[in-house]
Structures are given as structure tokens and as C-alpha cells.
Design a protein around this ligand. Structure first.
Ligand SMILES: Nc1ncnc2c1ncn2[C@@H]1O[C@H](COP(=O)(O)OP(=O)(O)OP(=O)(O)O)[C@@H](O)[C@H]1O
Length: 368
């Protein structure tokens, strides 16, 4: 824990009645002033983590620390945290000003101060001049900004955002991603953002926690997680991946599709069965005898910036390639990749084995 740590989860488990735990001994730290994203499929426990931080629910086991103090039983209104909900939860019968002022009035703040703080918050989200507008006269993106103004006006230490962009169309969503990221930088408040959209997570975050089935699978910067996925789940969930079976011959040498290749991974048993992950953009197309693998082009789509080319090797594995070069459907071509593009993953490891490896990964041993 550093002096910058604002929130810490220590082996937090959350269980409802006799159901299996929805969070299973989860530990992590959140630092001041950063943008965090909780990323994972539906039902993996993202909202539960936010609810625990906000104080809407209590852990079944473990401890939650806020600025070094255990807050397991501290009620929501006594925490320096505000939440922006998916549906924004604005009051439809109040105008923009009164929505933003609501929390301050509950705190019985003096009117002059309320006026000044609301004005400032609206300026922050570019909604100056909208004070008397009714909520129903605001667009989706504007409502979103009102919800954010309502959170920041309380000057919390942490803002929790539960899928706040999911109701917006794609264009507005992208705009709001930029706005939110920019706002977080200007405010310097810690944001904890929940999404199941991996592109959104990669674009916005300082740090991402990838969750599955109530456990953090991997945490790190977007590039850490994209470039070095720790297991098949993360590789599959973050970005597109080619995943084929293989065998680790020895340190720095791996076999797949019946051929041996130099790689940068080590620490596996000799001849251990592994899975190989190679990202589509790390594959380069060449003439058929100049690549490291020979494949046949099955189909091709133009995606604006690149072609998405689907190929099959002799063993029947599918290879997806993102290339600026066009291929010809039906042709045999070569695929070239660098040793660094090969990511080697343990095959079929048990949960205990994975937990052990995750622990050593988090302690800084990134050998495999
Ligand atoms: N009050 C509750 N009582 C019983 N089970 C609950 C309760 N709240 C959540 N759960 C269960 O906990 C699990 C995790 O839910 P959670 O809402 O945290 O997931 P999520 O990752 O946010 O999912 P989504 O992306 O769909 O919102 C789910 O299986 C859910 O059914």
C-alpha cells in the first residue's frame, strides 16, 4: 500500500444467502487521481464491487479500507464517494439546476454557496446556460453530463460510474468517452468506471481490472493487458486473438502447427502443453514460401483502415489477420510474425494453479 492508496480491498468475499459467492476473495488497491475500469462479462461482479465501495452493501468476509481505515459498516452517506448510475437516476420533475443542487440542499448548504457550486459544476461539464431546462428537454448526452455534474458538485474523493455510456448511440458514446477522460484529468478525482466493452476500457483507463466469475483475472495498464494477457479468458475478452494449441519445447522455443518457433517465454516444463495466442495485427502476410506459416485465404472484409482476412492452416486452425495489404480469396499465402508476437499460455490449469500464478504475476514476476 502506498500513501497514494485511497481504497483497498483485502480478500473481500460477497455472498447472498446460500448462493455461491458473487465475489471471491478479491484484493486490489485504488490510487488517488487515476481512471480505473472494471471490465468483464455480465454477472461477473462489477456492480457488486461498486456497491461495496459506495456502501450500498457490506462484504460477507474481508475488509474494505478507505484512506487506511476499515469502512465495512460505514453507511453510504458518510463516504466520500458519489455514483453515476446507468440510467442517470435524475429527478424528472426538477430542472437541471435543482437536480445538481439536490445533494447540497440536503446538506443544508447556504443558498449563495449552492448557486456558486452548481454553476461551477455545470461549467465543468459544458452545460452553462442550461440551468432552467427540464430534464425531459435534454438529450441523452446532456442528461449524462447533468448526472456527472450532480456527482462532482459534492466534491467526492471518488466517483463511481456504472456503465454510464451504455444508453448512448455509438457516435455520442465515443464523444462522451473523450469528455469523461478529459474531465477526470481536469478534476484529478479518482474515477472507477464499469463496462463490459473492452474497447471502451482500453481507450479510457489508466488501469483495468479484468473480472470473471467474481475474481480479478488480471489488472494492469491497457497495454499490459492487451500485450500480455495472463490467460485464455483475458486474451479472448480483450481484443481479437488467434488461439491455437501448442507445446513448449524448452525456454524460448515453442511448437505449434507442427513447427518450432523462437519465442520470448520461459518457465514452462519441457514439452508442456500450452496455448498460443497471436493478435491479428501482429501477423504480416507474405508470399506463400516466405512466411513462418502457410495458410489459405478463406474470406476477406474491408474494415476501413485494414483488411480482416480469415485463413486456415494445414492443420485446420483458423487465423485472423489484420493487414493493410489485400489478399486474394482462395490463394495460399505466408504469415510472418516476430518472436515477441507469440504469447504462450498454460493449458487447462486448475483454478488453484491459476491463483498461484496470478499471485506471483501481481508480485512482479511476469516470466510467463
Ligand atoms: N441482491 C442480490 N441478491 C442476490 N444475488 C445478487 C444480488 N445482486 C447481485 N446478485 C448476483 O451477483 C452476481 C453479480 O452481479 P453484478 O451485478 O455484480 O454483475 P455485473 O458484472 O455488474 O453484471 P452486469 O454487467 O450484467 O451488470 C450476479 O449473478 C447477480 O445475479
Amino acid at each position: 500500500m502506498t500513501e497514494n492508496t485511497i481504497i483497498r480491498f483485502e480478500e473481500v468475499t460477497k455472498q447472498y444467502d446460500d448462493d455461491p459467492a458473487v465475489l471471491n476473495s478479491v484484493s486490489f488497491e485504488i490510487e488517488r487521481g487515476k481512471f480505473y475500469t472494471l471490465l468483464g462479462p455480465s454477472g461477473c461482479g462489477k456492480t457488486t464491487i461498486l456497491r461495496l465501495i459506495a456502501g450500498f452493501t457490506e462484504p460477507s468476509h474481508g475488509n474494505i479500507y478507505f484512506n487506511g481505515k476499515v469502512v465495512n459498516h460505514v453507511p453510504a452517506n458518510n463516504r466520500q464517494v458519489n455514483t453515476v448510475f446507468q440510467d442517470y437516476a435524475l429527478f424528472p420533475h426538477l430542472n437541471v439546476f435543482d437536480n445538481v443542487a439536490f445533494g447540497l440542499r440536503i446538506k443544508k448548504m447556504k443558498n449563495a454557496e449552492v448557486q456558486q457550486k452548481v454553476k461551477e459544476a455545470l461549467r465543468f461539464v459544458n452545460l452553462e446556460g442550461y440551468e432552467t431546462r427540464e430534464i425531459r428537454e435534454m438529450s441523452g448526452g446532456q442528461r449524462q453530463r447533468v448526472a456527472i455534474a450532480r456527482a462532482i458538485v459534492n466534491e467526492p474523493e471518488v466517483i463511481l460510474l456504472d456503465e454510464p455510456l451504455s444508453a448512448l448511440d455509438l457516435k455520442l458514446r465515443t464523444e462522451m468517452q473523450y469528455e469523461l477522460r478529459e474531465l477526470q484529468r481536469r478534476l484529478g478525482i479518482t474515477f472507477i468506471f464499469v463496462t463490459h466493452d473492452q474497447e471502451e476500457a482500453l481507450a479510457m483507463s489508466d488501469e483495468i481490472f479484468v473480472l470473471n466469475k467474481g475474481k480479478i483475472q488480471q489488472s494492469g495498464t491497457p497495454t499490459d493487458i492487451y500485450d500480455e494477457p495472463i490467460n485464455r479468458f483475458v486474451a479472448d475478452f480483450i481484443g481479437e486473438s488467434n488461439i491455437v494449441p501448442g507445446k513448449m519445447i524448452q525456454d524460448f522455443e515453442v511448437e505449434f502447427v507442427g513447427k518450432q518457433f523462437e519465442c520470448v517465454d520461459q518457465g514452462f516444463d519441457p514439452n508442456e502443453s500450452v496455448e498460443i495466442v497471436i493478435r491479428p495485427e501482429d501477423l504480416e502476410i507474405t508470399k506463400k514460401d516466405q512466411g513462418k506459416l502457410k495458410v489459405r485465404v478463406d474470406s476477406q472484409l474491408f474494415r476501413g483502415v485494414h483488411y480482416e482476412i480469415c485463413c486456415y492452416d494445414e492443420a485446420g486452425n483458423e487465423w485472423l489477420v489484420h493487414s493493410t495489404k489485400k489478399a486474394v480469396v482462395g490463394d495460399e499465402i505466408g504469415l510472418y510474425f516476430d518472436p515477441e508476437a507469440i504469447h504462450v499460455m498454460r493449458f487447462g490449469e486448475t483454478e488453484e494453479e491459476f491463483d498461484k500464478r496470478l499471485e506471483s504475476y501481481n508480485e512482479g514476476d511476469h516470466a510467463n
